[in-house]
Design a binder for this molecule. Structure first.
Ligand SMILES: Nc1ncnc2c1ncn2[C@@H]1O[C@H](COP(=O)(O)OP(=O)(O)OP(=O)(O)O)[C@@H](O)[C@H]1O
Ligand SMILES: [Mg+2]
Length: 371
């Protein structure tokens, strides 16, 4: 798109100890958001990631003004907005259910806000944005005749074209098929960069979060477990929840015992398994949960600590192979993602190891990372 929609003054968005307790008649008060704080920089794209029910939508609705905050503060720029009505917050909302006017066709729905603001070249802008979001063919249709994936793209376009200071998107791509989802996701990121909206995207798709976000907040049961760049979240998880939630295939988690040696830490696991770990804070003899990403496991050299494992199955995906392994004395199976060409066979015994700084240790009780 060009000219008439100009980049807004990107604004920082700050949440300070925001809480939400839902009160429903005949039910116990329920605290859905338990003290969220986030400092979001102007123009930053943030992904909110977490399991169903963790409070993602509630958080967005409070920022948008569609839900009251029980306590805490929300600021856009240097203006406190938590007590302002939605229309006074200058926020674009791309919620799935968010109103399109049924009597207007899609083109009219999109042009509506532009016309109200007397933006020049409104018609061309609508056409251009529609093309980029793969919805040119929908412009003459009425909202009622759209599929859910089509409605989603229209809702997204409507949020974008309003040119807000802050853009909030709740699962904006969830109804698109895989291929279109990837393309629209890419375009969304391009548009966000061009216009510099401070943006929060809610998703429970971790690949979407990792690929879209400058930083992401991993939420669980109303709290932020970790807020950081995708690299920090993936490479340096703060706790077992984050390590387990982010990463595909899932991280291997198994019980072990830390053994401190002058040269560093080794964890013992199962009957005679050993892995070198970098964890100066671990104490000798401490019972720990070991986290090892499938991508970090590799065939061991002869002279290093390793887990000896029996191959249960080997799946060859050409670019890489996945070995499912059983380590004597370790509960559950361990998955290792191996480079193309490593073809282990069922029934073989193989030894795996990993770089010590990629072997994570967690406090088994609290889930906190032991570094
Ligand atoms: N109006 C309401 N009254 C009472 N409880 C509510 C209300 N809205 C949401 N909740 C509860 O608050 C919690 C958080 O809900 P929320 O919709 O924010 O979750 P979410 O992270 O968006 O989940 P999902 O991924 O399924 O969309 C849930 O346990 C939900 O049942
Ligand atoms: Mg939700």
């Amino acid at each position: 798109m060009t000219t008439a929609v100009t980049a807004t003054d990107a604004a920082p968005l700050t949440l300070t100890d925001v809480r939400k307790t839902y009160l429903a008649r005949g039910r116990e008060p329920f605290e859905a958001v338990k003290g969220m704080s986030m400092d979001i920089r102007p123009g930053e794209l943030i992904a909110l990631l977490g399991p169903s029910g963790c409070g993602k939508t509630t958080t967005l609705r409070m920022i948008a003004g569609l839900e009251t905050v029980t306590s805490g503060a929300i600021a856009i720029g240097d203006r406190q907005v938590q007590d302002l009505p939605p229309g006074k917050r200058d926020i674009g909302v791309g919620f799935e259910s968010y109103a399109l006017y049924p009597p207007l066709n899609v083109r009219e729905n999109l042009a509506y806000g532009l016309k109200a603001r007397r933006v020049r070249g409104a018609a061309r802008q609508v056409d251009q944005l529609a093309a980029r979001l793969e919805m040119s063919d929908l412009l003459d249709q009425r909202p009622a005749s759209l599929s859910s994936g089509q409605k989603q793209r229209v809702a997204l376009a409507r949020a974008l074209i309003r040119n807000p200071r802050v853009l909030l998107l709740d699962e904006p791509l969830s109804h698109l098929d895989a291929a279109q989802r990837q393309r629209v996701r890419r375009e969304l990121k391009v548009l966000q960069r061009e216009f510099g909206y401070t943006t929060i995207v809610v998703t429970h798709d971790q690949l979407e979060a990792l690929s879209l976000a400058d930083r992401m907040a991993v939420m669980n049961a109303g709290v932020i477990e970790q807020f950081g760049t995708p690299d920090e979240i993936y490479d340096d998880p703060a706790n077992m929840f984050v390590a387990d939630f982010v990463g595909e295939p899932k991280i291997n988690l198994f019980e072990g015992t830390a053994v401190r040696r002058s040269g560093g830490t080794v964890v013992r696991a199962g009957r005679d398994g050993r892995l070198a770990a970098y964890a100066p804070a671990a104490t000798d003899g401490q019972a720990v949960t070991v986290g090892l990403r499938p991508q970090d496991a590799r065939p061991a050299h002869d002279d290093e600590p390793a887990l000896a494992a029996r191959v249960v199955v080997y799946e060859d995906f050409m670019e890489f192979g996945l070995a499912t392994l059983e380590v004597p004395g370790v509960d559950g199976r361990i998955v290792a993602q191996l480079p193309h060409g490593v073809r282990w066979r069922r029934g073989e015994t193989r030894r795996i190891a990993a770089r010590p700084d990629r072997v994570y240790l967690f406090d088994t009780e609290t889930g906190t990372r032991i570094r």
